[in-house]
Design a protein around this ligand. Structure first.
Ligand SMILES: *Cc1c(COP(=O)(O)O)cnc(C)c1O
Length: 483
């Protein structure tokens, strides 16, 4: 078998494919802003028809298959790379990040064992240390890249359980002296419930602490819940603050919560999946004050740091707890290097993709100051958006310095929450259906609203005007007489 294997089509073919892909990707970037942000209909039947013709039994032609796939993706999907995607925190990836994906895929280093990919592991650790430094975490802080914020938060719960309950590692929840309780705000990311399920403490272990008028964790209610739990025989083990809630961008009072967690002997976690990026800006970084006292932190690079999905980061000053949480040894893995623990034995994943490269490249080429300027610009665009919507008679219902703006129409609110929810959903659907912008609906402490978040580095002031106009037009079309 001296000839090439059937999948070994050679570097020339690789170059041809890459050139074709580059053309498609660049055209997408050039043209995406001219089309609708979202498809007008899901197209499920057409999608399945197209795929039914693909049974993989014959070789295909890249000249046909690549454009076909790209056309399907462009036609039937919400375009998070559109400058008027005012949606959830799905960024327009930077070009450096896209190139990082390509290099990581092509070289395909295996980061499970340090000795297999020392350069890649050190690159990731360098980025993690940089983020830890920007967040003010102590020297010696360790961590790992994750697929996203949910995996980072899962990692944090495993570390917290391992730190707080010495028997957890071997006996699991069966070995716990009392039933554990985890506290997060009612506006926190509800991955906590899945994580509680996955870690075996159960969904009932999660206490969703009511929020104050600004949608921040109400520390008075936290105290009450904890007292009640102690009286009922629970073991409060983890306080998970959110810095930048998903719906409204609320920042829990970190210094106060850090102090309470310390006083109560609880693991203090900060979920800064989205807003953690402000650590890159000297002027905005004070918003995260208190995070430096945390026992673990989540920051998603694939949110406001504009890395392609998926790249989350989990940081913790407790290197030993991290190692204890994921320890593993096998006969087949390469031996550990002295001063460099193996990623597979200090994280959830085993085989590990080089997720950190796209973050490293973007920081190395753009530079931290460019990131800071972008994030500060996004904040100003958010302020412009809030001001323009208020000028147009929308009522802002969230309170945050971050660029997420939740608004309600007074005339619809007068109809009561149920009809208000339906009305706001209709208006948001109208805007999305028009293709001009993508916005979503939320319910903030039971109050229905339309949510707009500046997430794309391609968004400009003119895009703000366009979405304000689209919302105004939709509001007129769905006219309510008003109070
Ligand atoms: C997005 C988000 C998460 C979940 O992160 P994924 O990357 O989607 O897994 C967790 N917490 C907060 C505050 C988030 O915004």
């Amino acid at each position: 078998m001296d000839e090439r294997g059937p999948l070994d089509v050679g570097a020339e073919e690789g170059a041809r494919l890459l050139t074709a892909a580059v053309d498609l990707v660049v055209r997408h970037a050039r043209e995406v802003a001219d089309g609708p942000v979202a498809p007008a209909w899901p197209g499920t039947a057409q999608l399945r028809d197209w795929l039914a013709g693909q049974d993989f039994e014959a070789a295909g032609e890249p000249e046909r298959t690549l454009p076909e796939v790209m056309a399907a993706l462009r036609r039937w999907g919400v375009h998070t790379t559109h400058p008027r995607y005012f949606g959830l925190f799905n960024p327009t990836p930077t070009w450096w990040g896209v190139v990082g994906e390509l290099l990581a895929a092509a070289v395909n280093p295996q980061l499970a064992a340090y000795s297999h990919a020392p350069a890649a592991v050190e690159v990731e650790r360098h980025v993690l240390r940089f983020m830890a430094g920007r967040l003010g975490l102590p020297a010696g802080t360790v961590g790992s890249f994750t697929v996203g914020g949910a995996e980072a938060n899962l990692t944090a719960v495993i570390i917290a359980l391992t730190r707080m309950f010495p028997s957890y590692a071997d006996a699991g929840t069966y070995g716990l002296p009392r039933r554990p309780a985890l506290y997060a705000s009612a506006e926190s990311h509800l991955a906590w419930l899945k994580i509680a399920h996955m870690t075996g403490i159960g969904r009932d272990a999660v206490r969703l602490v009511p929020v104050d008028a600004a949608h921040r964790m109400d520390t008075g209610r936290l105290r009450e819940l904890r007292e009640a739990d102690l009286a009922a025989g629970f073991a409060p083990f983890m306080l998970a603050a959110t810095a930048g809630t998903t719906a409204g961008g609320a920042l829990d009072p970190l210094p106060e919560l850090a102090a309470l967690a310390r006083e109560w002997g609880m693991h203090f976690h900060v979920d800064a999946a989205w807003a953690g990026a402000v650590a890159l800006s000297d002027t905005l970084r004070p918003l995260l004050k208190g995070v430096e006292q945390s026992d673990s932190v989540t920051v998603d690079a694939h949110k406001w740091m504009s890395a392609p999905m998926g790249a989350g980061m989990l940081l913790t000053p407790h290197a030993e707890a991290l190692a204890e949480s994921f320890r593993a040894t096998t006969s087949y893995m390469p031996a550990e290097t002295d001063d460099a623990p193996d990623p597979y034995a200090t994280s959830v994943q085993w085989s590990r993709r080089f997720a950190g490269l796209k973050v490293f490249l973007a920081l190395a080429i753009a530079g931290r100051p460019a990131y800071a300027a972008q994030i500060e610009r996004d904040v100003r665009l958010g302020e412009l958006l809030a001001r323009r919507l208020e000028e147009e008679g929308w009522r802002r219902v969230n309170d945050t310095p971050l660029p997420v703006v939740c608004v309600a129409a007074p005339e619809a609110e007068a109809d009561g929450p149920e009809r208000s929810a339906a009305w706001h959903a209709a208006v948001a659907g109208d805007v999305v259906g028009g293709g001009q912008a993508w916005v979503s609906t939320v319910s903030l402490a039971g109050r229905p609203a339309i949510r707009l978040c500046v997430t794309s580095h391609r968004t400009r002031a003119e895009d703000i005007e366009t979405v304000v106009r689209a919302l105004g037009d939709a509001r007129k079309r769905n006219h309510r007489a008003g109070p």
